[in-house]
Design a protein around this ligand. Structure first.
Ligand code: SF4
Ligand code: SF4
Ligand code: SF4
Length: 226
């Protein structure tokens, strides 16, 4: 979890172990939730997250809350917090997870349509359609995906769809003691996230990929964006 390369390597190792678990045909344990609203034509939401790196002190409450909320297996992560030492010697903590990209590189390579984007901007995985080929895992430029041996499917952050479609915040947002994470609907002009993103200069991770991430960082150091 200390840097991205290590995390990607861990994901790959877990993928191989997970493939063995698939052969053992473990039962599917989780389901995804898609809002009834997204099945209708008039969907106006655009879910996104704002992360203020200057408010994160690396307490890991978000990581623990996410793992507990989503039954994340030991050794893999839906969200993680990187520690970066800047040339000045100061230390910054940068929370990361799936960016629910607007142009997600993980969707097209999926041969079964298991990975898909909802009309309100979530990128989700249907475990019942996933054959565990790993194409989406290697296609994600952010190392955000892992193989879940409990479900036999690729897995990652869902922005806690089961919570947000019931009017609750994602577990990581609720757990953060400093409000470093703000979640909401970017299409709502009155939402806190819309006002923050309009007012404060933000950056996304690896903009050069063209993935168009939907996590907006304030005070993101260059070192953490690579
Ligand atoms: Fe897909 Fe990775 Fe973007 Fe998430 S961060 S939507 S897994 S490409
Ligand atoms: Fe984990 Fe939910 Fe936060 Fe995603 S939104 S990182 S699944 S707690
Ligand atoms: Fe940072 Fe908040 Fe996560 Fe703690 S809970 S590591 S302060 S984002």
């Amino acid at each position: 979890m200390s840097n991205m390369n290590e995390k990607i390597d861990i994901s790959k190792r877990k993928f191989i172990k997970g493939a063995v678990a698939t052969i053992m045909t473990l039962p599917l344990l989780s389901t995804i939730e898609i809002s009834p609203e997204v099945e209708k034509k008039e969907v106006k939401k655009r879910w996104a997250m704002f992360i203020d790196v200057s408010k994160c002190y690396g307490c890991m409450a978000c990581v623990v809350a996410c793992a507990a909320e989503n039954n994340v297996p030991i050794g893999v992560f839906r969200t993680w917090v990187e520690r970066h030492v800047l040339p000045s010697g100061s230390v910054v903590f940068v929370p990361k997870q799936c960016n629910h990209c607007d142009n997600p590189p993980c969707v097209k390579p999926c041969p079964t349509g298991a990975t898909f984007k909802t009309k309100d901007g979530l990128v989700l995985v249907d475990p019942e359609k996933c054959i565990g080929c790993g194409a989406c895992i290697v296609s994600c430029p952010y190392g955000a995906r892992y193989f879940n041996p409990l479900t036999g499917a690729a897995d990652k952050c869902t922005f806690c769809s089961h919570r947000i479609y019931n009017g609750r915040l994602p577990a990581c947002v609720e757990a953060c003691p400093t409000r470093a994470r703000v979640f909401g609907d970017l299409n709502d002009p009155n939402s806190e996230i819309r006002k923050l993103v309009d007012k404060i200069p933000t950056k996304v991770l690896k903009p050069q990929t063209g993935a168009e991430p939907e996590i907006y960082y304030f005070a993101l150091p260059e070192e953490a964006s690579k």
